[in-house]
Design a protein around this ligand. Structure first.
Ligand code: FES
Ligand SMILES: [Fe+2]
Length: 356
């Protein structure tokens, strides 16, 4: 296979952006799916367990990066993310959310407890050592931020290292008070490589040119990026009079009016905190130049008028499409990074290069 890795100079002032193969070469794409996405944390699409938990299903089948998984909530309230594949001959178990006491295989009737242990297995009464550990449904990893749930097959990095810095940096945010706002849900299919979408998210340098409306409510010179171990935090300081949050005493940004916090977690999770609530863009690769952006919102006050979630998103998608059109040009040789405005983009490329 052709070379599918690259290096990025640790010094942002001398570093150059990655080779153009990253943004569309099929062999690179396959390698990145394996080395990055199969190990990554993914937002669990379709999980709605919040609110009155007694009336919502306790078993939800999910597709996580092509892997059939199932989220279960036991009688004790404990949630688990398990394989949705029977440990007998490999049939998938459940196809739709439901409320059940046991998971049941439709093929030969094997049943599993909600923690994955075998409960009953017709035809296996006389097999010595059965059921053993290998007969239980394997677990995947589950992480939570308020109502947002994430799953990973490998948990590399572990949940505490991946999501923990968000708790630590923004401990005063009442994450558990967030309520889903279905009217804010969007699923955009975009004809660009996923990494271009992430890169655009990671810098504020484009804001005055691409988002004139946003530029009016943010204090441009005060905009800054902090690096996290597996992500970044961008701090958008509000312009005078613009809607803002006031971090409480003891918080790092106490005394500053914050218009928005923008958290990116490697590789494709973007969580935006605003005075009205949270939006999340989760980008997933579909092909070398094809991605889906799942966009969702949660609000602190379900009675408040719904926020505009489209303007900035569509402006970003349009400009990213221009980059996809140009980045693989023969005469384009990559660029340098702004040492003040693009440290987040540089950090992303460093993490990606390390993962490959
Ligand atoms: S495949 Fe599930 S019981 Fe046989
Ligand atoms: Fe943008």
């Amino acid at each position: 296979m052709a070379q599918s890795y690259f290096e990025v100079d640790p010094d942002v002032r001398s570093a150059r952006t990655p080779p153009s193969q990253l943004y569309g070469d099929p062999a690179w794409h396959t390698r990145i799916l394996d080395a990055v996405w199969a190990r990554a944390w993914h937002y669990l699409q379709g999980v709605v367990l919040e609110g009155d938990t007694s009336s919502s299903p306790n078993v939800i089948p999910l597709d996580v990066c092509g892997e059939p998984l199932i989220l279960t909530r036991g009688a004790d309230g404990a949630e688990r993310l398990l394989s949705n594949v029977c440990t007998h001959r490999g049939a998938t178990l459940h196809d739709a959310p439901c409320t059940v006491r046991h998971l049941r295989c439709p093929y030969h009737g094997r049943r599993f407890h909600l923690d994955g242990a075998v409960a009953a297995a017709p035809g296996f009464d006389h097999l010595e050592g059965f059921p053993g550990e290998r007969d239980a449904l394997p677990s995947a990893h589950l992480a939570r931020l308020g109502p947002l749930r994430f799953g990973s097959l490998k948990a590399q990095p572990e949940a505490e290292a991946w999501l923990g810095p968000v708790w630590e940096r923004l401990p005063w945010v009442p994450w558990d008070e967030l309520r889903p706002q279905p009217a804010g849900e969007r699923h955009h299919r975009i004809a660009v490589n996923w990494a271009l979408y992430v890169e655009n998210y990671l810098e504020g340098l484009h804001i005055p040119y691409v988002h004139p409306g946003l530029a009016r409510v943010l204090d441009g010179p005060a905009y800054r990026t902090e690096l996290l171990e597996h992500g970044t935090l961008q701090v958008g300081v509000a312009s005078p009079g613009a809607p803002c949050m006031h971090p409480p005493a003891g918080a790092k940004d106490h005394g500053t009016a914050i218009g928005g916090y923008y958290v990116w977690l490697f590789p494709g999770t973007m969580i935006n905190l605003y005075p009205w609530g949270v939006s999340m863009n989760q980008v997933e690769p579909v092909g070398p130049t094809d991605s889906i952006v799942h966009y969702r919102t949660w609000v602190f006050d379900p009675q408040a008028p719904p926020p505009d979630v489209d303007t900035v998103e569509l402006q970003d998608q349009q400009v990213v499409a221009r980059v996809q059109a140009g980045v693989r040009a023969r005469l384009y040789q990559g660029g340098s990074y702004s040492p003040t405005e693009e440290v987040g983009v540089h950090h992303f490329h460093r993490l990606l290069a390390a993962a490959l």
